[in-house]
Design a protein around this ligand. Structure first.
Ligand SMILES: Cc1cc2nc3c(=O)[nH]c(=O)nc-3n(C[C@H](O)[C@H](O)[C@H](O)COP(=O)(O)O)c2cc1C
Length: 315
């Protein structure tokens, strides 16, 4: 099977693979640039970063590649608009908005000509996005890592969503191998977004202990927790996730008011930072449903080579 190019606004990715944004600081410049270098689209996860840090990461990514670099930012972040404007000011190629829906982001993109790409899980969300000016949409199924907007499989929701809009549709959730990419493209997707596979890559900014932890995960270790954002989140059941499930996690002692609305059942920023730094007992380890299918930490170049070879072998 030959993969199509993926056009989002004025940008054309030779390979229709987006590396999903992964907070906090799992997908930074190095990972995004490595993916962009292979012809895909690399996303820097802005959530939880400082604004100068975000500028630095965008500039660093630009120094590493001439490929397509975007940011991913959580709509639920209190400073959502400032993150978007900072990235646009740095000349970012596209903005992907997840964990919630924002109408306000579309005029920001329009002003600068920056493509805005919301993450949706319903026909309604897809149609509104197109009407408001989205350049493309990412359709995320329940298999995805991080915050979830649906309990339905990508394979079940994708065909109807594809039929309902005429902008590019990118499928996300549970895509690990070339055969998954081929399947999702055959279902009508114009491209795919992959998170977990890249979280467990050489260029991922996860600490080595977190990458090793990912490799040990079994299917029964993956659970849904209640995130303070107000959405379910997919994570590995470590001691901290058990506490969240039992409602015994500590409430935040200090609070930077990072979210527009926070349930305060625990501090998600510090929990994700602990995981990124390799504390796999007290950190919140976000993951996709199919983490157990990953048995090796690989460089991005090798991940792309394997994916493309597998796709090529499919009729
Ligand atoms: C560790 C981790 C962190 C994530 N963080 C974010 C995030 O900050 N914003 C977002 O929109 N999606 C986030 N996601 C979702 C990914 O961008 C991607 O859409 C999803 O993981 C795709 O499913 P897959 O992991 O099965 O490939 C995260 C996923 C993982 C695994």
């Amino acid at each position: 099977m030959k993969l199509p190019e993926l056009k989002i606004g004025q940008h054309v990715a030779k390979i229709p693979i987006i590396q999903g944004g992964m907070a906090i600081r799992l997908s930074t410049a190095r990972l995004a640039a490595a993916v962009a270098e292979e012809g895909g689209i690399g996303l820097i996860a802005a959530s939880g970063m400082g604004f100068d840090e975000l500028r630095y990461e965008i500039r660093l990514a630009r120094s590493l590649t001439k490929g397509i670099i975007g940011i991913n930012i959580m709509v639920a972040a209190r400073e959502f608009a400032r993150y978007v404007n900072t990235a646009i000011d740095e000349g970012i190629d596209l903005v992907v908005a997840g964990a919630g829906f924002s109408r306000d982001v579309f005029p920001m993109g329009k002003k600068s000509g920056t493509p805005i790409v919301p993450i949706v899980s319903t026909v309604k969300g897809a149609k509104i996005s197109e009407k408001l000016g989205a350049a493309a949409i990412i359709v995320e199924g329940k298999e995805a890592g991080g915050h979830l907007g649906t309990d339905q499989s990508l394979r079940d929701i994708l065909p109807d969503i594809k039929k309902s809009v005429s902008i590019p549709v990118i499928g996300a959730g549970g895509i690990m191998f070339g055969r998954d990419i081929a399947e999702v493209i055959k279902l009508g997707a114009d491209g795919v977004q992959m998170g977990t596979r890249f979280a467990a890559s050489d260029e991922s900014n996860a600490a080595p202990a977190l990458k090793e932890f990912y490799l040990k995960a079994r299917p029964e270790d993956v659970v849904l927790i209640k995130s303070p954002v107000g959405l379910p989140g997919r994570a590995i059941k470590n001691p901290f996730a058990k506490k969240i499930l039992e409602c015994t996690a500590d409430e935040p002692e200090t609070c930077g008011a990072c979210l527009k609305h926070c349930a305060r059942n625990f501090c998600i920023i510090s929990a994700l930072i602990r995981a990124q730094q390799g504390d796999v007992d007290t950190g919140l380890v976000f993951t996709g449903e199919y983490i157990h299918k990953i048995d090796k930490i690989l460089p991005v170049k090798e991940i792309f080579a394997r994916l493309l070879k597998e796709v090529e072998e499919i009729n």
